[in-house]
Design a protein around this ligand. Structure first.
Ligand SMILES: [Zn+2]
Length: 256
C-alpha cells in the first residue's frame, strides 16, 4: 500500500514518498499514510509521534542537507511532563544538522522543544498551530523563519535561554494569543513584521540580550507591546528606536 497524498511544488503534483523512509508505514482507510492521514484518533493509535521521531533519525543518519515536510498533520502523545498536557509533541535534546522546512502543516497538539540544537535553519511556512508552542533553551545556529500565512491559535512562547546565532523572523502570521519572547540571546536580527494580532493580545519582549537589535513593524491589531529590560550589546539602539512604530509601548532598556 502506498499513500495517495500529493502536494504541489510549482504547479506540479508530487507524490508522497514517506514509505521510502519508514518501512511498513501505516496507511489509513482513505489510503493516506500516518503523516498525511486526517484521522487524528487513528494517527494517535498508530504511534504518529514514534514514527515522526523515526523519520527525524533517518534524516539525521543519512545526512540530508535539507528536508521538507509537506502537508503533514501532527498529533501528539500523552506524556506525564511538567507541562501536564495530554496531547503533546515533545522533543528534548533533539539534534538536527539539516535545513528543515515545514510547509502547509497542521499541528493539532501542543509543541514543546527543549534544549534542542538546530545546526541549520528551521523554516515554518503556512503552518497552523492549534495549541500552545514553546521553545525552551534551544540553540539555533542558522535562521529561524516563521512566515507566509502561519497561524497560532494559542501562545507562541520563546523562553528561557534560547540562543539564536542568526536571524529570527516572524512575519505574515496570524496570532490569536500572545507572542512572548523572554530571556533569550539573539545575535542575529529579530524581525516581527506584518503580522496580525487579536486586540486582547500582543507582544512581550522581556529580558533578552541583543547584538544587532530588532524591528517590530506593520503589525495589525496589537493589544499591547511590552518591551522591558532588554540588553543591547551592539551599537544598534538608535536603529531599533527608529524602527519601532507607535504602539502603546512600554520600553525600558538597559544599555551597557
Ligand atoms: Zn503520505
Amino acid at each position: 500500500m502506498k499513500c495517495k497524498h500529493t502536494h504541489k511544488i510549482s504547479g506540479k503534483e508530487i507524490a508522497c514518498t514517506m514509505e521510502t523512509f519508514i518501512s511498513d508505514i501505516p496507511i489509513d482507510k482513505f489510503d493516506r499514510c500516518i503523516f498525511h492521514s486526517e484521522d487524528l484518533k487513528w494517527k494517535k493509535n498508530n504511534n504518529f509521534v514514534t514514527l515522526f521521531r523515526e523519520l527525524l533519525s533517518h534524516i539525521y543518519n543519512v545526512n540530508l542537507s535539507s528536508f521538507g515536510f509537506y502537508d503533514f498533520i501532527f498529533v501528539g502523545e500523552n506524556l506525564n511532563l511538567d507541562y501536564e498536557v495530554e496531547n503533546i509533541l515533545y522533543f528534548k535534546k533533539l539534534l538536527s544538522k539539516t535545513l528543515l522546512t515545514f510547509y502547509d502543516c497542521q499541528f493539532y497538539c501542543e509543541v514543546v522543544l527543549e534544549q534542542c540544537v538546530f545546526k541549520d535553519a528551521l523554516n515554518i511556512v503556512n503552518c497552523n498551530f492549534m495549541k500552545q508552542v514553546l521553545l525552551n533553551s534551544c540553540t539555533f545556529y542558522n535562521e529561524l523563519d516563521i512566515f507566509n500565512n502561519c497561524s497560532f491559535k494559542k501562545k507562541l512562547g520563546i523562553y528561557n535561554q534560547n540562543t539564536f546565532n542568526n536571524n529570527v523572523q516572524i512575519a505574515d502570521t496570524v496570532f490569536n494569543d500572545d507572542l512572548e519572547i523572554n530571556n533569550n540571546q539573539i545575535y542575529g536580527t529579530l524581525r516581527i513584521n506584518n503580522n496580525t494580532f487579536s486586540p486582547d493580545f500582543g507582544i512581550n519582549l522581556y529580558h533578552n540580550e541583543f547584538l544587532l537589535g530588532f524591528s517590530i513593524k506593520n503589525n495589525l491589531n496589537i493589544g499591547e507591546v511590552n518591551i522591558e529590560e532588554n540588553k543591547i550589546k551592539g551599537n544598534s539602539l538608535l536603529n531599533i528606536l527608529n524602527k519601532l512604530i507607535s504602539y502603546y509601548l512600554i520600553i525600558i532598556f538597559i544599555v551597557n
